[in-house]
Write a protein that binds this ligand. Structure first.
Ligand code: FAD
Length: 406
């Protein structure tokens, strides 16, 4: 039997996009149910060795956090971000506004903190509950928790369920005009923990340790927060890399990124050789970001290869959606999703365009970023800025089309 839910808006996924959206609704006094397949971030494994990369929250994410009044929480719980350094040189790309770094888990814990301190009346979170199917026309969501299935009906479904979104798949299956285009770039990453001499590094900076292999290191909170940080480095490659032995990995870094070895013990190198090298260069472009009674936010709407914008863009999409919100009647929801689509779809396409122009370890791409920097159109650093949209970043870059044609 299908139950009609007390909260008539469901948000699927308690990632950054889903939680920012839930908080924005709560600030309007509107209740939502948030369904998340994983456990509460406080009880989850603190360090997922594959997802402990350091994320900087800058321009686009900052706008979203200001919008939901979350900056104080981030100041309290996360590491302040001051910019990017190239290790071994004097180069510093300073960040002069508010900003923070940490892992995706640190970000989720901070957002959940805010939820639990202020919004428990309006946000009902259901962790360890997986959405297994969605009927986007009827608003029906079927979940599975500990093997028990439940079917519920909602007035509106917000798909914030990440790159493999079930809501997006339901739209593909159920809405003829909803189509998706998949593309891939050869970007891969393996995580490496820096576990020695890290007191020589300043946790408020991300460090480019090498450009080939593309290695960016940064700090995240430790078990007890900011006082015992841990350092991780994403080692990027343009093909899947496996090292059969530590000696092989050590030899590779000695040749191509010797700086890194100062910070890495043998134990950490052993772990590195055992970790999976992930293909992270998958992109999906949707023909529209809504269908039936559902809408897509964050990676569910537009997953793209990491260029330091995934969480920032995910939180911004939730902010834009809230700014378009018009009311809960069917007509108001229709105009909300139309306006959101008009605002966010071009942004999502611009981010995809930007990320496709950065294939790790491709010498020509690294060279062109340096040339672009000279002309003030470095798409990676401009994408971080608070005051320009992703579409504007692309438009400025298009002034030198020859630079981006390869
Ligand atoms: C190697 C790597 C490096 C990255 N580096 C950066 C970076 O430096 N900066 C940056 O901003 N971003 C980075 N990202 C990207 C970033 O992690 C994502 O873009 C971001 O987390 C997207 O947020 P989201 O809320 O849209 O989705 P997600 O964070 O994926 O959250 C979706 C949530 O939905 C849940 N869910 C999924 N399916 C279901 C279901 N069926 N039922 C219930 N719940 C479900 C998931 O468990 C998850 O909690 C990186 C990603 C990778 C892989």
């Amino acid at each position: 039997m299908t139950q009609t839910n007390k909260n008539n808006i469901v948000i699927i996924g308690a990632g950054p996009a889903g939680l920012v959206s839930a908080i924005a609704f709560a600030r309007r006094g509107i209740s939502t149910t948030v369904i998340e397949k994983l456990e509460h971030p406080e009880s989850a494994l603190r360090f997922d060795p594959n997802r402990s990369y350091t994320i900087d929250i800058t321009g686009h994410g900052l706008k979203a956090l200001r919008y939901i009044d979350a900056c104080e929480q981030f100041e309290q719980h996360m590491i302040p971000f001051k910019g990017i350094r190239i290790y071994g040189s004097n180069f510093i790309d300073r960040w002069n506004d508010d900003g923070w770094t940490g892992s995706r888990g640190d970000i989720l814990r901070t957002l959940m903190n805010l939820v639990e301190e202020h919004y428990t009346d309006d946000i009902q979170c259901e962790f360890e509950t997986e959405v297994v199917s969605v009927d986007v026309h009827a608003g029906i969501v079927t979940t599975c928790k500990q093997g028990i299935h439940q079917t519920r009906q909602f007035d509106f479904i917000i798909g914030a369920d990440g790159g493999g979104s079930v809501v997006r798949q339901a739209m593909v299956d159920q809405i003829p005009e909803f189509t998706t285009t998949y593309s891939e770039i050869p970007n891969y990453a393996t995580m490496l923990e820096l576990d020695q001499n890290t007191d020589e590094l300043d946790p408020s900076y991300l460090y480019v340790m090498s450009t080939n292999p593309f290695c960016v290191a940064g700090a995240i909170n430790g078990e007890s927060g900011k006082d015992k940080m841990r350092w991780f480095c994403a080692v990027g490659s343009n093909h899947e890399v496996h090292y059969s032995a530590v000696i092989e990995a050590r030899r590779h870094f000695q040749k191509s990124a010797p700086n890194l070895l100062r910070f890495v013990s043998d134990t950490s190198l052993i772990k590195f050789t055992q970790l999976k090298c992930y293909h992270i260069g998958r992109q999906v472009t949707c023909s529209q970001l809504y269908g039936g009674k559902a809408v897509l936010l964050g990676d569910a709407a537009a997953p793209f290869s990491p260029i330091g914008q995934g969480i920032n863009a995910a939180m911004e999409s939730a902010m834009i959606f809230d700014q378009c919100y018009d009311g809960t009647t069917p007509e108001a929801l229709e105009s909300t999703v139309q306006r959101y689509n008009q605002r966010w779809l071009p942004e999502a396409k611009a981010i995809a365009w930007i990320s496709e122009r950065m294939v790790y370890n491709k010498t020509s791409h690294i060279l062109r970023m340096k040339i672009a920097q000279l002309f003030g159109i470095n798409i990676l650093s401009n994408a971080k800025k608070t005051d320009i949209d992703y579409t504007q970043v692309k438009k400025q870059a298009d002034r030198l089309p020859i630079l981006w044609a390869w």
